[in-house]
Design a binder for this molecule. Structure first.
Ligand code: HEM
Length: 278
């Protein structure tokens, strides 16, 4: 297998897949960065429940992505960008989930409907259009090697984690220089031979990959707003999304009532103190 030190120094051109894919996903990248969940990361406000939920969804997504990459590893469009030793994330996610959720973490994996849709799409293209896996691998792995590196440091600080515990997902011990590796990856993408139709399909799929990620982040944020952490822990992967959202609504409504009562109480207390002081 080629190593990062053999990175090609060829100049990229506008007709290169790596340039085109970056261009067509530029707007989607901005939208992904601006989802509530990603903003929480960037503001250094990511909470443990947020992070744990995100790990669950990433676990499900990478399980399917990496299974499909492995199954299609000899496909001419997949082989050049197949770097399991350097990039595979599934093992790191299992480690982090065990760290945060204990040995029975598998029973506590909760995912929203959007994650299931993302996984379904990955399975479908793994079977029907393996060349589109390039778009999905690019979106996740190059993202993890780019902004993901900063997010790891922020997550550590926000959650007060010691050392690298619980942060395996963000670490790439097989990649000594993310920038050089990204160059190698781009040159490998550019070596993939695609018909014009296939190339357009890959570009479209990359936009779709970003969209699927955005929908996952939005769904996770909705779950966080509506499900208390103790309930999240007891829900299993097999829980239907409809069920997931039924429990919390009642809780949200009753807590809204409680908040109103509390607000009234505080307002009355403030007025009473004011009258007393006067
Ligand atoms: C807090 C959120 C994020 C931040 C701060 C962030 C930041 C960055 C930065 C600084 C780069 C390097 C740009 C360059 O080298 O020109 C990058 C690249 C990239 N990011 Fe993000 N990102 C975020 C979220 C995401 C998400 C959610 C995805 C996809 C699901 C993603 C996918 C990518 C990809 C594929 C690249 C490689 C672009 C290329 O060189 O072709 N990013 N990101």
């Amino acid at each position: 297998m080629e190593t990062e030190t053999q990175t090609t120094t060829e100049q990229m051109t506008n007709s290169d897949l790596s340039e085109q894919i970056k261009e067509v996903t530029k707007e989607s990248h901005v939208r992904a960065e601006n989802t509530e969940l990603m903003l929480s990361f960037q503001r250094g406000q990511v909470t443990m429940p947020q992070h744990k939920l995100l790990l669950c969804s990433l676990y499900e997504v990478y399980k399917v992505l990496e299974e499909e990459m492995d199954r299609n590893s000899h496909h001419p469009c997949v082989a050049p960008i197949y770097f399991p030793a350097e990039l595979a994330r599934l093992g790191t996610l299992e480690k982090d989930l065990e760290y945060f959720n204990g040995q029975d973490w598998r029973e506590k994996v909760v995912v929203p409907a959007a994650t299931k849709r993302y996984c379904h799409r990955l399975r479908q293209i793994g079977k029907e259009n393996p060349e589109f896996l390039v778009a999905h691998a690019y979106t996740r792995y190059l993202g993890d090697l780019s902004g993901g590196q900063v997010l790891g440091r922020i997550a550590q600080k926000s959650m007060g984690l010691k050392g690298s515990e619980g942060l395996s997902f963000f670490a790439f011990p097989g990649v000594s220089s993310p920038n050089r590796f990204k160059q190698l990856y781009r040159s490998r993408m550019n070596s993939v031979e695609l018909t014009e139709e296939e190339r357009n399909g890959v570009l479209e799929e990359a936009v779709r990959a970003f969209e699927l990620n955005i929908q996952v982040f939005d769904d996770l944020q909705k779950m966080l707003l509506s499900v208390p952490e103790n309930k999240l822990q007891t829900l299993s992967t097999h829980t239907t999304p409809a069920k997931m959202l039924q429990i919390p609504r009642a809780i949200v409504q009753s807590s809204a009532l409680l908040r109103t009562l509390l607000g009234l109480f505080v307002a009355l207390a403030t007025v009473s103190i004011g009258i007393y002081a006067f």
